[in-house]
Design a protein around this ligand. Structure first.
Ligand SMILES: *Cc1c(COP(=O)(O)O)cnc(C)c1O
Length: 423
């Protein structure tokens, strides 16, 4: 029986374990603060969304200014300046073939939109296709459709009966890349509608990194077979992987791209799905039946769009790339120091993201290692959230050298605890 006094049911939280839930009153840069003066370094960017840091003054100012003008507007058949300028700028900074911007409000919805666009395209050109190809260990969200294209497991077992069938391409582990490419080639021959991938790094699947040339090859195979290529850049976008988008590192131009998380600098929920002109063209008609029937109430919310415009200005005017490069170098140095430790396996890094696997004494110990580690870090003033025995650090770009050192010190201390099974 629950003895909770709060009615709040938290996401991905087992309330039955009774872990304390810190109450945060304010945040600035890389720090979260409680009213009683306690603070934590936000080493996972509040679940991968905060890029420049919490409460960036220009984003906060843009939000304040927008609240004086227009709070919300129906976006079906109406428009507003913040959305128009944001869409124009997104088209300007992405490769030329991406010409259209569809707004929604979360990473999951941007992927749902991508899948609906892909099927809508094939349906409207009179060649209906519905199979989706996915990469093993992928994560694309928690709605029924996005769970369908993601890894099946404990996180979605109860809903399996509702999930649609997909064809899964094996993850391109080092030395097995050709098997991935061969499987994709074979699957493409069966004329699926689309292939959806997280470019260069699978986030929730365990920070699994694969090389740019494999991404480029996968894209080329889809192009050869006329299979739509969907890049889910929800986590990888906005500099996380060292470049603005992960696809940039592979010279890959997707047919459909999903962006969210850092789109507003992490301040407000907003997402976009970009697509190539033929997908828009397939829906462009005097025939109402060809309309793209998708909307959510807060599509292109003006305040969220204003925050995103401020994010893009920051990327344009401030030395963001320099901060990213500095953070990437610092992460590399910390990771390399720790990788001498026998309890560390598979140290890996892509841009600002550093990850490692903790060598655990046995499987039983592994089963609830992550919650115990989360508590350990929380007690050491650091917000980290391991995925099983995979530990990763993904901080906002403004994190100071001292703060980052504190994060890695906490990790080193936790490894010592894991060694004598005392965490
Ligand atoms: C987080 C994430 C999503 C889902 O985004 P939400 O905003 O949580 O719905 C989709 N794809 C990837 C790659 C993600 O990391």
């Amino acid at each position: 029986m629950s003895t909770l006094t709060s009615p709040v049911w938290h996401p991905f939280t087992q309330h039955g374990l009774g872990d304390p839930i810190p109450l945060i009153s304010h945040a600035k840069d890389a720090k979260l603060h409680a009213a009683d003066g306690q603070s934590w370094i936000d080493a996972i960017s509040s679940w991968w969304v905060t890029t420049h840091g919490h409460a960036h003054p220009r984003i906060m100012a843009a939000i304040r200014a927008q609240t004086e003008k227009l709070d919300q507007l129906i976006f079906a058949g109406w428009t507003h300046e913040p959305a128009e300028s944001l869409a124009a700028e997104l088209i300007r900074i992405t490769p030329d073939p991406l010409t259209r911007v569809f707004f929604s409000d979360s990473g999951s919805t941007s992927v749902e939109v991508a899948l609906k666009m892909a099927l809508g395209y094939w349906y409207n050109i009179g060649e209906p296709r519905s199979r989706i190809l996915v990469l093993e260990h992928s994560y694309h969200g928690d709605t029924i459709g996005t769970m369908s294209v993601g890894e099946r497991g404990v996180y979605n077992r109860a809903w399996q009966p509702l999930l649609f069938d997909v064809d899964t391409i094996p993850f391109p582990y080092e030395g097995h890349e050709q098997a991935t490419l061969d499987a994709l080639e074979a699957a493409c021959a069966a004329k699926p509608a689309a292939f959806i991938v997280e470019p260069l790094i699978l986030g929730a699947g365990g920070m699994l990194i694969y090389p740019a040339w494999v991404l480029a090859e996968m894209r080329a195979i889809c192009a050869r077979h006329g299979v739509l290529f969907i890049a889910d850049e929800v986590m990888t976008g906005w500099g996380r992987t060292g470049t603005r988008f992960a696809c940039d590192q592979a010279g890959v131009i997707p047919d459909i791209a999903c962006l969210s998380k850092g789109l507003t600098g992490g301040a407000l929920p907003l997402a976009v799905t970009l697509c190539i002109e033929p997908i828009f063209e397939a829906h462009f008609s005097t025939d109402r039946a060809k309309t793209f029937y998708h909307s959510s109430s807060y599509t292109a919310n003006p305040i969220a769009c204003a925050a995103a415009n401020a994010n893009l200005e920051i990327c344009r005017d401030e030395p963001v790339q320099q901060r990213i490069d500095t953070l990437a170098d610092a992460q590399a140095a910390h990771l390399s120091l720790l990788s001498q430790d026998p309890r560390v396996a598979n140290p890996r890094r892509l841009g600002t993201i550093a990850a490692l696997d903790i060598v655990v004494p046995d499987a039983g110990y592994l089963s609830n290692l992550a919650p115990r580690l989360i508590a350990f870090y929380r007690d050491h003033g650091v917000l980290l959230r391991p995925l099983g025995n995979t530990l990763y650090v993904m901080p906002p770009y403004c994190i100071t050298a001292d703060e980052l050192a504190q994060v890695w010190d906490a990790i080193a201390a936790s490894l010592a605890k894991v060694a004598d099974a005392s965490v």
